[in-house]
Design a protein around this ligand. Structure first.
Ligand code: SF4
Ligand code: SF4
Length: 437
């Protein structure tokens, strides 16, 4: 079966105006930092320091376990004061709590890094740096750089199509770190020597495209693709089809159609790891939403609790009813302000009571709207029904694993049926069943 990726999309209110023109601000870290051992897809990292251990900026504190996993580094210097399990966005995770000494003493850079790194060493440096997809997907990036031997990569795609409402972190990065992003692309081109490089951006971010074009003026293979601003324009499979006309097969990966796709922030992190020898310890995040007095794009040390960013943004002008890690389409609700900024935190969105859709669930009225807006032509209500009946096999047969979790179906449903939630749970159950076999 192949995915039928028609141009199915919605046009949610983007709400980006309050941070669109705000330059990235560099901020200090708070006194207490929180490092979950799982900030990526795959096996959690294993803590390799103890309570009482001294750490520096760039000390490895969590070691990747297995092929799909990622290292975790301290982003401050100080002392490990607690190791405990905590409820983070996607469940209970072992967290290391570090008391920041405010000195920011740094570990030396990776000795192999520099201008002339051999291409075969690049995936290893990316793995060592703990890089995982920074557009929110958090798939360990080194795995993408090690495709199966029979897969020839001929195309690199930079995903700068920041379609989720409220987020402007990628836009600001493309404007302000264009040189580092393009350098990261050169590093990956050195690995695959591709025929073509596309940068996908939406038509409301043209300045970013111009800036990237300027920096990459001597890089013939690069083509900027300006896409209509619609949702979910930034989804990997849609972007591949738009740029190359190729369709990723059901259950397949971009490498199956010769592509490597990564977020623009990930390319910057690759540049820093391979050329400068720096692990991933910080990222740009947008803190935004109506309740926030002064929303901002911030360069934040990973591990900074969300509560500590609210004052930096002027506090609240109205009490928030809901806080979302990410945006309203794909994001997950945060219930505790001690949850930290992690590798995939593109933005944190605060919503007022009037912006939260609290309407009660009703029966399906068979309007078919959820089918009409699904970009991968699934039948969301049927998958959701199968999950609620406990028929996981049926949910799998209906293609639940092809769901890209864009949230279009939940957004459009007039009966407020939690379609995305149910499909996510169905996917988790399918994966657990597969492991048990
Ligand atoms: S969340 Fe999944 S099922 Fe729903 S519209 Fe998006 S891809 Fe389709
Ligand atoms: S959009 Fe909602 S009400 Fe309409 S068919 Fe889908 S689940 Fe039913």
């Amino acid at each position: 079966m192949r995915l039928k990726t028609k141009q199915k999309a919605i046009f949610p209110k983007l709400n980006k105006a309050r941070t669109h023109d705000k330059p990235i601000e560099h901020i200090d870290a708070p006194a207490i930092m929180v490092y979950p051992m799982s900030m990526h897809i795959g096996a959690p990292a294993k803590p390799i320091v103890e309570v009482g251990s001294t750490v520096k900026v760039g000390t490895l504190i969590g070691e990747a376990q297995g092929f799909i996993s990622a290292n975790i580094y301290s982003s401050v210097s100080g002392e490990v004061i607690l190791i405990e399990d905590r409820e983070i966005i996607s469940g209970v995770v072992t967290c290391l709590i570090v008391k920041n000494d405010g000195q920011y003493t740094e570990e030396p850079p990776f000795p192999e890094a520099g201008k002339d790194v051999a291409p075969e060493l690049v995936p290893e440096l990316i793995r060592r740096a703990g890089i995982a997809g920074m557009g929110g997907a958090t798939f360990p990036t080194d795995v993408k750089m090690r495709p199966a031997e029979d897969k020839k990569i001929d195309t690199i795609i930079l995903n700068g199509a920041e379609c989720e409402p409220y987020s402007t972190s990628d836009f600001r990065m493309m404007l302000e770190y264009a040189d580092e992003i393009i350098e990261g692309v050169r590093v990956i081109d050195g690995v695959f020597n591709v025929d073509k490089i596309y940068i996908g951006i939406e038509d409301d971010a043209k300045e970013a495209g111009e800036r990237l074009r300027e920096v990459a003026s001597d890089f013939d293979k690069i083509e900027i693709k300006v896409l209509e601003a619609k949702y979910p324009q930034g989804s990997e499979k849609q972007l591949i089809e738009y740029c190359t006309g190729r369709q990723v097969p059901s259950g397949g990966l971009p490498a199956d159609v010769g592509c490597v796709v990564s977020n623009v922030g990930t390319f910057q992190a690759i540049y820093r790891a391979v050329r400068l020898g720096k692990p991933l310890v910080e990222r740009v995040t947008t803190i935004t939403g109506t309740p926030i007095v002064d929303p901002k794009n911030l360069l934040v040390r990973i591990g900074t609790p969300i509560d500590d960013l609210i004052d930096i943004c002027g506090g609240f002008q109205e009490a928030p009813r809901k806080v979302i890690h990410g945006g309203p389409m794909m994001g997950r609700t945060i219930r505790d302000g001690s949850v930290p900024i992690s590798k995939g935190t593109t933005h944190i969105t605060f919503l007022t009571a009037s912006e939260v859709d609290d309407e009660e669930r009703m029966d399906c009225i068979r309007c078919s709207e959820c089918l009409n807006v699904c970009p991968v032509s699934l039948q969301p209500i049927l998958i959701s029904n199968a999950y609620e009946r406990g028929d996981i096999e049926k949910a799998e047969h209906l293609g639940a694993m092809d769901c890209i979790e864009c949230g279009n179906c939940s957004f459009i449903c007039p009966s407020k049926i939690p379609l995305l939630d149910n499909i996510r749970k169905a996917k988790t159950a399918i994966k657990q069943n597969a492991k048990a076999v």
